[in-house]
Write a protein that binds this ligand. Structure first.
Ligand code: EPZ
Length: 448
């Protein structure tokens, strides 16, 4: 186990290349199960969550080879198992994305209840609803799902609430199904569309409705072929570095980004008074010494709105604004567990229920399930700024919260120690090295 030692208070300066998107790469590795031809993925991020899904498909019989540092070839021509190994399935929630392709191609799958970040309960009922609609039979015993079907049949699938991986599983399952599948209230995150681009290259027939973007129609085909695809850039990594630039009052140029995917984030930066400039696929973000940041309210919602994964790092900027801001998380019920750690570094943040914040609680507004009788969730952070953060010992509880605590340590005066580095390695490629290249003082050390 490792920790980071960080000497804060240094404005970050320079250029950083954004890696391929974790949340697209994982699904594309799983998509390789749909064909016996080779699928080549360029711009693969070298992170642990991708390592886990690669290990899962290898265990099923997929041959994989890194053609260079960021190009992965996968060939599923001799798959001998449709059982996701328990030890790997519980490591990451993303293992659930193998269900669609395995069922589509082999008609059966055995998978343990998935693991993942502790940001909420994160059930998989919406995935199971999809599979049952497509004709599969699901059994659940002793923490293991067994799902089977002779051949999936196209169906009408409507999601009551947004689900990114649920939508992706619906697409992955229906591309080889018999007949047409219509998915309504489908997620429209850029990573979903990038997966569709890959599948269409493989021969799938998928169309997102031009007039109704949350409607996707999939016409099942008999088989798919190989393809080569460059994965889109990681929006979450881009936001993390953009916040790092502003929070340290630095000046950082992010290369290989898609600024259009960051529109909701950039709108908030503008309101706060953070400087930025867009040139094609680069984004420069800076904050001049002496600039007073304006407080803003943010609410996470599905794309094209402000993304749930941005809420936590954004709190570091809000903590430096001149006044009170409200961050409202509506997708997961437990995004603010890291705030206790942030308080140690001098932040002044209250974590509240909607009623406590003076907002009428309407369960229909939230992405997670809420049952009558459950307590109101603490989904609001009231952030009081400006605060001077100081170096402290911080324990990282999950991926985005971890990045947030590191941002806090970079903005703080003095030395910080953050344990739980393994959460960062799951989702950020060479995070510490990229930060060091921008002038940060951050070192890895073994936990005593
Ligand atoms: C994806 O998770 C991402 N993960 C998450 O990124 C991201 O935060 C999230 O989408 C929202 O954009 C991957 O792509 C691997 P959901 P996903 O299904 O698809 C509830 C990161 O750090 N729900 O859209 O699992 C769920 O609990 C991560 O990179 C059900 O109740 O999210 C949540 O409250 C974390 N039942 C809400 O819906 C279900 O069957 C939205 O989840 C499915 C979801």
């Amino acid at each position: 186990m490792q920790k980071f030692l960080i000497e804060g208070g240094i404005p970050l300066k320079g250029q950083v290349q954004i890696s391929g998107a974790k949340n697209a790469a994982i699904k594309m590795v799983a998509a390789s199960l749909l064909t016996s031809d080779e699928v080549v993925l360029e711009n693969i991020p070298r992170i642990d969550d991708v390592g886990v899904i690669v290990e899962i498909v290898e265990n099923l019989g997929v041959k994989t080879e890194f053609l260079d540092e960021h190009t992965l070839g996968l060939r599923a021509d001799e798959v001998f198992s449709s059982e996701v190994p328990h030890s790997l399935g519980v490591k990451s929630r993303s293992s659930v994305i193998t269900i669609g392709p395995l069922l589509a191609r082999f008609g059966e799958v055995t998978i343990p209840e998935p693991g993942g970040c502790r940001i909420g309960l994160r059930p998989i009922d919406r995935h199971l609803m999809v599979l049952e609609k497509l004709g599969a039979v699901v059994s659940h015993k002793g923490g293991v799902y067994k799902i089977s079907v002779p051949r999936l049949k196209g169906a009408e699938i409507n999601f009551d609430k947004n689900t990114v991986m649920g939508t992706e599983n619906a697409i992955l399952a229906s591309v080889l199904a018999e007949g047409e599948t219509v998915i309504t209230n489908a997620a429209e995150e850029p990573e979903v569309d990038d997966l569709i681009v890959l599948l269409v290259k493989m021969g799938a027939r998928i169309k997102r409705d031009e007039s109704e973007s949350r409607r996707i129609v999939v016409e099942g085909v008999r088989e798919l072929a190989g393809a080569r695809h460059r994965i889109l850039p990681d929006r979450n990594e881009a936001v993390t570095f953009a916040v790092a630039a502003a929070a340290t009052r630095g000046d950082v140029t992010l290369t290989d980004v898609r600024p259009l995917d960051l529109t909701a984030f950039l709108a908030k930066l503008e309101k706060m008074g953070v400087g930025f400039d867009i040139q094609k696929q680069t984004l420069r973000v800076w904050l001049e010494e002496g600039t007073a940041l304006e407080p803003v309210d943010v609410e996470s919602v599905p794309h094209p709105g402000f993304m749930t994964d941005w809420i936590q790092p954004f709190c570091i900027l809000l903590a430096q604004a001149n006044g009170v801001s409200l961050a409202h998380e509506t997708i997961f019920e437990n995004r603010f567990s890291f705030v206790d750690e942030l308080l140690k570094a001098g932040a002044k943040i209250e974590v509240l229920t909607p009623s406590e914040a003076g907002i009428a609680f309407d369960p229909g507004r939230y992405g997670f399930e809420w049952l009558e009788g459950d307590r109101e969730p603490k989904v609001l952070a009231r952030v009081h700024g400006p605060t001077s953060l100081f170096g402290s010992r911080l324990a990282i509880p999950d991926l985005r919260a971890g990045a947030t605590l590191i941002l806090a340590a970079l903005a703080a005066e003095g030395q910080s120690e953050t344990s739980g580095v393994e959460h960062i390695d799951r989702g950020y490629e060479n995070f510490d090295e990229k930060l060091r290249n921008l002038g940060a003082k951050i070192e890895r050390a073994e936990l005593e």
